[in-house]
Design a protein around this ligand. Structure first.
Ligand code: 5GP
Length: 115
């Protein structure tokens, strides 16, 4: 069965697509956590980072992040995050990277953990 993100990629579910090429499609997150919050999704249905094959065209995910960040004017900085599995809060089991930016992002990690 097609994943939610495959349905977006195939235009069966609407989304604001901001970039696409042979390998990835990127669209705005429906619940943005930053002024710019874009999901970058490989066309291939890989359920998560843990299932990423050892070889392939995977650098395209990061190349797309760089290009989209430029396109979105994120010269001040940005963050790219992949949530893998339950502890990271992954909710859609089709590999995707979050591109976040447009404001100072603060720290990340376990809330309340002292460093
Ligand atoms: P995860 O928690 O799996 O890393 O991230 C899944 C992301 O997908 C969440 O940030 C969530 O807001 C986003 N999302 C879930 N459903 C949809 C949808 O139908 N459209 C869009 N554009 N984003 C979605």
């Amino acid at each position: 069965m097609a994943t939610l993100f495959s349905k977006i990629i195939n235009r069966e579910i609407p989304a604001e697509i901001v970039f696409e090429n042979e390998y990835v499609v990127a669209f705005r997150d429906i619940q943005p956590q930053a002024p710019v919050h874009i999901l970058i999704v490989p066309r291939a249905e890989i359920s998560g980072l843990a299932e990423l094959p050892d070889s392939g065209d995977h650098q395209h995910l990061l190349n797309a992040a760089k290009v989209i960040a430029e396109q979105e004017g994120l010269g001040g900085g940005y963050r790219v995050v992949i949530n893998q599995g339950a502890d990271a809060g992954q909710t859609v089991f089709h590999l995707h990277a979050h591109l976040l930016g447009g404001a100072p992002l603060g720290g990340f990690g376990v809330p309340g953990l002292d460093h």
